[in-house]
Design a binder for this molecule. Structure first.
Ligand SMILES: *Cc1c(COP(=O)(O)O)cnc(C)c1O
Length: 384
Protein backbone atom coordinates (compact mmCIF):
# COMPACT_ATOMS: atom_id res chain seq x y z
CA UNK A 1 0.00 0.00 0.00
CA UNK A 2 1.55 3.28 -1.02
CA UNK A 3 1.15 6.31 1.18
CA UNK A 4 0.63 9.86 -0.05
CA UNK A 5 3.71 11.46 -1.49
CA UNK A 6 5.23 14.06 0.82
CA UNK A 7 6.77 16.95 -1.09
CA UNK A 8 9.76 19.16 -0.37
CA UNK A 9 7.91 22.43 -0.97
CA UNK A 10 4.99 22.97 -3.31
CA UNK A 11 2.78 25.94 -4.24
CA UNK A 12 0.25 26.75 -1.53
CA UNK A 13 -2.50 29.12 -2.57
CA UNK A 14 -4.18 31.32 0.01
CA UNK A 15 -7.61 31.78 -1.54
CA UNK A 16 -7.80 35.20 -3.14
CA UNK A 17 -5.33 34.49 -5.97
CA UNK A 18 -8.14 33.38 -8.31
CA UNK A 19 -10.11 36.54 -7.61
CA UNK A 20 -7.19 38.72 -8.70
CA UNK A 21 -6.47 36.57 -11.75
CA UNK A 22 -10.15 36.85 -12.70
CA UNK A 23 -9.93 40.59 -12.26
CA UNK A 24 -7.13 40.62 -14.85
CA UNK A 25 -9.39 38.71 -17.27
CA UNK A 26 -12.45 40.84 -16.55
CA UNK A 27 -10.57 44.05 -17.30
CA UNK A 28 -8.60 42.38 -20.14
CA UNK A 29 -5.29 43.43 -18.57
CA UNK A 30 -3.57 40.23 -19.67
CA UNK A 31 -0.42 42.15 -20.63
CA UNK A 32 2.80 42.59 -18.65
CA UNK A 33 1.36 45.71 -17.08
CA UNK A 34 -1.72 46.48 -15.05
CA UNK A 35 -3.22 46.86 -11.59
CA UNK A 36 -2.10 43.48 -10.21
CA UNK A 37 1.52 44.33 -10.99
CA UNK A 38 1.25 47.77 -9.40
CA UNK A 39 -0.35 46.36 -6.26
CA UNK A 40 2.03 43.36 -6.03
CA UNK A 41 5.03 45.70 -6.22
CA UNK A 42 3.51 47.98 -3.61
CA UNK A 43 2.88 45.03 -1.26
CA UNK A 44 6.51 43.92 -1.53
CA UNK A 45 7.76 47.50 -1.00
CA UNK A 46 5.62 47.95 2.08
CA UNK A 47 6.44 44.51 3.47
CA UNK A 48 10.21 44.84 3.09
CA UNK A 49 10.49 48.58 3.64
CA UNK A 50 12.51 48.87 0.43
CA UNK A 51 11.73 52.02 -1.56
CA UNK A 52 11.44 50.71 -5.13
CA UNK A 53 10.55 47.40 -6.80
CA UNK A 54 10.04 46.10 -10.32
CA UNK A 55 8.24 42.78 -10.90
CA UNK A 56 9.93 40.47 -13.40
CA UNK A 57 9.32 37.07 -14.93
CA UNK A 58 12.15 35.39 -12.99
CA UNK A 59 14.64 35.82 -10.19
CA UNK A 60 17.43 34.89 -12.59
CA UNK A 61 16.38 37.81 -14.82
CA UNK A 62 16.47 40.08 -11.77
CA UNK A 63 20.11 39.13 -11.09
CA UNK A 64 20.94 39.62 -14.77
CA UNK A 65 19.44 43.14 -14.75
CA UNK A 66 21.19 44.05 -11.48
CA UNK A 67 24.61 43.03 -12.81
CA UNK A 68 23.98 44.73 -16.14
CA UNK A 69 23.03 47.97 -14.37
CA UNK A 70 26.22 47.75 -12.30
CA UNK A 71 28.15 47.75 -15.56
CA UNK A 72 29.36 44.14 -15.39
CA UNK A 73 30.80 43.11 -18.74
CA UNK A 74 33.44 41.11 -20.54
CA UNK A 75 36.59 40.45 -18.53
CA UNK A 76 35.12 41.61 -15.21
CA UNK A 77 35.18 39.46 -12.09
CA UNK A 78 32.06 38.98 -9.98
CA UNK A 79 32.23 37.29 -6.58
CA UNK A 80 29.40 34.95 -5.61
CA UNK A 81 28.53 32.62 -2.73
CA UNK A 82 29.58 29.10 -3.70
CA UNK A 83 26.85 27.24 -1.79
CA UNK A 84 23.83 28.16 -3.91
CA UNK A 85 21.63 27.30 -6.85
CA UNK A 86 23.26 27.78 -10.24
CA UNK A 87 20.86 30.65 -11.04
CA UNK A 88 22.84 32.93 -8.70
CA UNK A 89 25.89 32.83 -11.00
CA UNK A 90 24.53 32.07 -14.48
CA UNK A 91 23.89 35.78 -15.20
CA UNK A 92 27.61 36.46 -14.64
CA UNK A 93 28.24 34.21 -17.64
CA UNK A 94 25.48 35.86 -19.71
CA UNK A 95 27.46 39.10 -19.44
CA UNK A 96 30.78 37.52 -20.40
CA UNK A 97 32.27 38.07 -16.93
CA UNK A 98 34.17 35.61 -14.70
CA UNK A 99 32.62 34.40 -11.46
CA UNK A 100 34.80 33.61 -8.46
CA UNK A 101 33.33 31.78 -5.51
CA UNK A 102 33.32 32.39 -1.77
CA UNK A 103 32.89 29.77 0.93
CA UNK A 104 30.26 29.65 3.67
CA UNK A 105 30.65 29.97 7.41
CA UNK A 106 29.08 27.34 9.64
CA UNK A 107 26.87 29.73 11.65
CA UNK A 108 24.81 31.06 8.75
CA UNK A 109 25.70 28.57 5.98
CA UNK A 110 26.08 31.75 3.91
CA UNK A 111 29.05 33.79 2.68
CA UNK A 112 31.94 33.78 5.11
CA UNK A 113 33.10 37.34 5.89
CA UNK A 114 36.71 36.25 6.35
CA UNK A 115 36.78 34.34 3.05
CA UNK A 116 35.27 37.39 1.32
CA UNK A 117 37.90 39.62 2.83
CA UNK A 118 40.67 37.29 1.63
CA UNK A 119 39.21 37.34 -1.87
CA UNK A 120 38.95 41.13 -2.01
CA UNK A 121 42.50 41.41 -0.68
CA UNK A 122 43.70 39.04 -3.38
CA UNK A 123 42.04 40.99 -6.21
CA UNK A 124 43.21 44.32 -4.82
CA UNK A 125 46.79 43.04 -4.88
CA UNK A 126 46.25 41.93 -8.47
CA UNK A 127 45.13 45.50 -9.16
CA UNK A 128 41.64 44.63 -10.32
CA UNK A 129 38.74 44.61 -7.87
CA UNK A 130 35.56 42.64 -8.66
CA UNK A 131 32.71 44.60 -10.23
CA UNK A 132 30.11 43.19 -7.79
CA UNK A 133 29.53 40.66 -5.02
CA UNK A 134 26.46 38.41 -5.14
CA UNK A 135 25.57 37.44 -1.57
CA UNK A 136 23.03 34.64 -1.27
CA UNK A 137 20.70 34.07 1.71
CA UNK A 138 20.07 30.33 1.77
CA UNK A 139 17.04 28.36 2.87
CA UNK A 140 15.40 31.32 4.63
CA UNK A 141 18.31 32.82 6.54
CA UNK A 142 20.24 36.01 5.91
CA UNK A 143 24.01 36.05 5.58
CA UNK A 144 26.02 38.02 8.17
CA UNK A 145 25.09 41.22 6.43
CA UNK A 146 26.57 43.76 8.85
CA UNK A 147 30.06 42.32 8.45
CA UNK A 148 29.71 41.65 4.72
CA UNK A 149 28.35 45.13 3.94
CA UNK A 150 31.15 46.66 5.97
CA UNK A 151 33.82 44.74 4.05
CA UNK A 152 32.30 45.55 0.65
CA UNK A 153 32.04 49.24 1.56
CA UNK A 154 35.70 49.31 2.54
CA UNK A 155 36.67 48.04 -0.90
CA UNK A 156 33.95 50.01 -2.69
CA UNK A 157 32.37 46.97 -4.31
CA UNK A 158 28.55 46.95 -4.69
CA UNK A 159 26.37 44.10 -3.41
CA UNK A 160 23.61 42.23 -5.21
CA UNK A 161 21.64 40.47 -2.50
CA UNK A 162 20.18 37.21 -3.78
CA UNK A 163 17.20 36.91 -1.44
CA UNK A 164 15.38 34.43 -3.71
CA UNK A 165 15.06 32.02 -0.77
CA UNK A 166 14.75 34.50 2.07
CA UNK A 167 11.70 36.72 1.54
CA UNK A 168 10.46 37.51 5.06
CA UNK A 169 13.75 36.73 6.82
CA UNK A 170 15.34 39.41 8.98
CA UNK A 171 18.80 40.29 10.16
CA UNK A 172 19.34 42.65 13.09
CA UNK A 173 15.92 44.19 12.60
CA UNK A 174 16.12 44.66 8.83
CA UNK A 175 14.41 42.69 6.10
CA UNK A 176 16.37 40.33 3.91
CA UNK A 177 16.82 41.84 0.46
CA UNK A 178 17.30 45.37 1.78
CA UNK A 179 21.05 45.29 2.37
CA UNK A 180 22.48 45.36 -1.14
CA UNK A 181 22.57 48.09 -3.76
CA UNK A 182 20.10 45.72 -5.40
CA UNK A 183 18.06 42.93 -3.85
CA UNK A 184 16.32 40.21 -5.80
CA UNK A 185 13.42 37.89 -4.99
CA UNK A 186 12.08 34.80 -6.76
CA UNK A 187 8.49 33.59 -6.98
CA UNK A 188 9.24 30.28 -8.65
CA UNK A 189 6.97 27.34 -7.82
CA UNK A 190 8.96 25.99 -4.88
CA UNK A 191 9.67 29.30 -3.13
CA UNK A 192 7.85 30.45 0.00
CA UNK A 193 5.32 32.29 -2.16
CA UNK A 194 4.91 31.85 -5.89
CA UNK A 195 3.51 33.56 -8.97
CA UNK A 196 3.93 30.27 -10.87
CA UNK A 197 7.14 31.83 -12.15
CA UNK A 198 8.42 35.29 -11.42
CA UNK A 199 10.87 37.52 -9.65
CA UNK A 200 11.48 41.05 -8.45
CA UNK A 201 14.36 43.49 -8.39
CA UNK A 202 14.39 45.97 -5.51
CA UNK A 203 16.49 48.90 -4.37
CA UNK A 204 16.33 51.92 -2.10
CA UNK A 205 17.56 54.01 -5.03
CA UNK A 206 14.43 54.70 -7.07
CA UNK A 207 16.43 55.82 -10.08
CA UNK A 208 18.05 52.38 -10.32
CA UNK A 209 14.66 50.65 -10.41
CA UNK A 210 13.46 53.07 -13.11
CA UNK A 211 16.48 51.98 -15.11
CA UNK A 212 15.71 48.32 -14.39
CA UNK A 213 12.15 48.77 -15.63
CA UNK A 214 13.40 50.33 -18.85
CA UNK A 215 15.92 47.54 -19.44
CA UNK A 216 13.25 44.94 -18.68
CA UNK A 217 11.07 46.40 -21.45
CA UNK A 218 13.59 46.35 -24.33
CA UNK A 219 15.17 49.69 -23.33
CA UNK A 220 12.58 51.62 -25.29
CA UNK A 221 13.31 55.34 -25.16
CA UNK A 222 10.60 57.78 -24.19
CA UNK A 223 9.66 58.74 -27.75
CA UNK A 224 6.56 58.18 -29.85
CA UNK A 225 8.36 55.93 -32.32
CA UNK A 226 10.44 52.89 -31.33
CA UNK A 227 13.79 54.35 -30.36
CA UNK A 228 16.52 52.17 -28.82
CA UNK A 229 19.95 53.24 -27.61
CA UNK A 230 20.89 50.37 -25.29
CA UNK A 231 20.44 46.64 -25.18
CA UNK A 232 17.25 45.57 -23.41
CA UNK A 233 15.37 42.45 -22.37
CA UNK A 234 11.80 41.22 -22.23
CA UNK A 235 11.70 40.48 -18.50
CA UNK A 236 8.44 41.94 -17.13
CA UNK A 237 5.98 39.86 -15.15
CA UNK A 238 2.52 39.26 -16.60
CA UNK A 239 -0.43 40.96 -14.91
CA UNK A 240 -2.08 37.51 -14.68
CA UNK A 241 0.85 36.07 -12.71
CA UNK A 242 0.99 39.20 -10.58
CA UNK A 243 -2.60 38.44 -9.55
CA UNK A 244 -1.33 35.20 -8.02
CA UNK A 245 1.47 37.11 -6.30
CA UNK A 246 -1.01 39.64 -4.92
CA UNK A 247 -3.00 36.85 -3.27
CA UNK A 248 0.17 35.15 -2.04
CA UNK A 249 1.43 38.29 -0.30
CA UNK A 250 -1.72 38.17 1.85
CA UNK A 251 -0.63 34.79 3.27
CA UNK A 252 3.16 35.23 3.41
CA UNK A 253 3.19 35.74 7.18
CA UNK A 254 1.10 32.56 7.64
CA UNK A 255 3.49 30.60 5.45
CA UNK A 256 6.47 31.76 7.50
CA UNK A 257 4.76 30.69 10.76
CA UNK A 258 3.89 27.33 9.20
CA UNK A 259 7.45 26.80 7.94
CA UNK A 260 8.85 27.62 11.37
CA UNK A 261 6.34 25.29 13.03
CA UNK A 262 7.41 22.44 10.72
CA UNK A 263 11.02 23.04 11.74
CA UNK A 264 10.04 23.04 15.43
CA UNK A 265 8.36 19.67 14.96
CA UNK A 266 11.53 18.24 13.44
CA UNK A 267 13.60 19.58 16.33
CA UNK A 268 11.12 18.10 18.80
CA UNK A 269 11.06 14.73 17.05
CA UNK A 270 14.73 14.40 16.13
CA UNK A 271 16.60 16.67 18.52
CA UNK A 272 17.82 13.74 20.60
CA UNK A 273 19.36 11.85 17.65
CA UNK A 274 23.10 11.76 18.20
CA UNK A 275 24.97 12.84 15.07
CA UNK A 276 22.63 15.34 13.47
CA UNK A 277 22.86 19.09 13.48
CA UNK A 278 20.13 21.45 12.32
CA UNK A 279 21.00 24.54 10.31
CA UNK A 280 21.56 27.18 13.01
CA UNK A 281 19.53 30.35 13.39
CA UNK A 282 22.07 33.07 14.13
CA UNK A 283 21.77 35.49 17.04
CA UNK A 284 19.93 38.54 15.77
CA UNK A 285 18.55 36.67 12.77
CA UNK A 286 15.00 35.63 11.98
CA UNK A 287 15.06 32.46 9.87
CA UNK A 288 11.91 31.70 7.85
CA UNK A 289 12.87 28.00 7.64
CA UNK A 290 11.77 27.98 3.99
CA UNK A 291 13.45 24.57 3.99
CA UNK A 292 14.25 22.62 7.15
CA UNK A 293 17.84 21.47 6.71
CA UNK A 294 20.34 19.52 8.75
CA UNK A 295 23.70 17.84 8.44
CA UNK A 296 24.43 14.32 9.56
CA UNK A 297 27.60 12.74 10.85
CA UNK A 298 27.97 9.55 8.76
CA UNK A 299 30.38 8.02 11.31
CA UNK A 300 27.89 8.36 14.14
CA UNK A 301 24.85 7.35 12.11
CA UNK A 302 26.39 4.61 10.00
CA UNK A 303 24.81 6.01 6.85
CA UNK A 304 25.42 9.05 4.66
CA UNK A 305 23.20 11.84 3.36
CA UNK A 306 22.78 10.23 -0.07
CA UNK A 307 21.58 6.98 1.51
CA UNK A 308 19.13 8.80 3.76
CA UNK A 309 17.63 10.62 0.77
CA UNK A 310 17.32 7.30 -1.10
CA UNK A 311 15.52 5.67 1.84
CA UNK A 312 13.15 8.64 1.99
CA UNK A 313 12.42 8.26 -1.73
CA UNK A 314 11.53 4.60 -1.15
CA UNK A 315 9.09 5.78 1.51
CA UNK A 316 7.53 8.21 -1.01
CA UNK A 317 9.05 11.21 0.75
CA UNK A 318 10.88 13.92 -1.15
CA UNK A 319 14.09 14.98 0.59
CA UNK A 320 16.95 16.66 -1.25
CA UNK A 321 20.68 17.21 -0.93
CA UNK A 322 21.93 20.66 0.00
CA UNK A 323 23.03 22.69 -3.08
CA UNK A 324 26.19 21.42 -4.72
CA UNK A 325 28.72 24.27 -4.38
CA UNK A 326 29.32 26.09 -7.64
CA UNK A 327 33.11 25.79 -7.32
CA UNK A 328 32.58 22.01 -7.60
CA UNK A 329 30.41 22.28 -10.75
CA UNK A 330 31.90 21.35 -14.14
CA UNK A 331 30.29 24.52 -15.54
CA UNK A 332 32.59 26.66 -13.39
CA UNK A 333 35.74 24.58 -13.67
CA UNK A 334 38.84 26.75 -13.37
CA UNK A 335 37.11 29.62 -11.56
CA UNK A 336 38.76 30.99 -8.41
CA UNK A 337 37.49 29.77 -5.05
CA UNK A 338 38.18 31.25 -1.63
CA UNK A 339 37.51 28.75 1.12
CA UNK A 340 37.14 29.43 4.81
CA UNK A 341 39.52 27.63 7.22
CA UNK A 342 38.06 24.33 6.00
CA UNK A 343 35.97 23.88 2.86
CA UNK A 344 32.62 24.40 4.60
CA UNK A 345 30.43 24.53 1.52
CA UNK A 346 31.79 21.14 0.42
CA UNK A 347 31.12 19.74 3.89
CA UNK A 348 27.55 21.09 3.90
CA UNK A 349 26.91 19.60 0.45
CA UNK A 350 28.31 16.20 1.36
CA UNK A 351 26.50 15.90 4.67
CA UNK A 352 23.42 18.10 4.28
CA UNK A 353 19.80 17.09 3.80
CA UNK A 354 16.75 19.24 3.07
CA UNK A 355 13.74 17.68 4.79
CA UNK A 356 10.20 18.03 3.42
CA UNK A 357 9.03 21.53 4.31
CA UNK A 358 5.75 21.70 2.46
CA UNK A 359 3.25 23.90 4.29
CA UNK A 360 0.42 21.62 3.13
CA UNK A 361 1.83 18.70 5.19
CA UNK A 362 -0.36 17.45 8.03
CA UNK A 363 1.01 16.86 11.53
CA UNK A 364 0.68 13.11 10.82
CA UNK A 365 2.76 13.44 7.66
CA UNK A 366 5.50 15.29 9.52
CA UNK A 367 5.46 12.47 12.09
CA UNK A 368 5.83 9.98 9.22
CA UNK A 369 8.99 11.81 8.08
CA UNK A 370 10.35 11.78 11.64
CA UNK A 371 9.55 8.07 12.12
CA UNK A 372 11.22 7.11 8.86
CA UNK A 373 14.29 9.22 9.62
CA UNK A 374 14.65 7.53 13.00
CA UNK A 375 14.33 4.13 11.35
CA UNK A 376 16.92 4.98 8.71
CA UNK A 377 19.52 6.05 11.23
CA UNK A 378 18.86 3.35 13.80
CA UNK A 379 21.17 0.36 13.70
CA UNK A 380 18.28 -2.09 13.37
CA UNK A 381 16.93 -0.92 10.02
CA UNK A 382 13.75 -2.73 9.12
CA UNK A 383 13.22 -1.14 5.74
CA UNK A 384 14.23 -2.94 2.58
C1 LIG B 1 15.27 30.13 -7.10
C2 LIG B 1 16.56 30.82 -6.98
C3 LIG B 1 17.01 31.74 -7.94
C4 LIG B 1 16.36 31.93 -9.26
O1 LIG B 1 15.06 32.32 -9.28
P1 LIG B 1 14.13 31.95 -10.54
O2 LIG B 1 12.92 32.75 -10.25
O3 LIG B 1 13.89 30.48 -10.48
O4 LIG B 1 14.82 32.38 -11.78
C5 LIG B 1 18.19 32.43 -7.70
N1 LIG B 1 18.92 32.21 -6.61
C6 LIG B 1 18.55 31.31 -5.68
C7 LIG B 1 19.40 31.14 -4.47
C8 LIG B 1 17.39 30.57 -5.84
O5 LIG B 1 17.05 29.66 -4.93
Amino acid sequence: MSQNRILLSSPHMGGSEKKYVKEAFKTNWIAPLGRNIDIFEKQVREYTGIKAACALNSGTGAIHLALDLLGVGKGDTVLCSSLTFVASANPVLYLGAEPAFIDSDMESWNMSPSALENALDFYQMKGKLPKAVIIVNLYGQSAKMDELVDICNRYGVPIVEDAAESLGAMYKGRMSGSFGKFGIFSFNGNKIITTSGGGMIVSDEEILIEKALKKATQSKENTMHYQHENVGYNYRLSNVSAGIGRGQMEVLEDRISQKRAIFEQYVYGLGDVNGIQFMPEMDGAFHTRWLSTLTIDPQKLGTDAGEVIKYFAEGNIEARPVWKPLHMQPLFKGCDYFSDRADHSKYLFENGICLPSDTKMTVEEISRVIRLFRQIVSSDKVIA
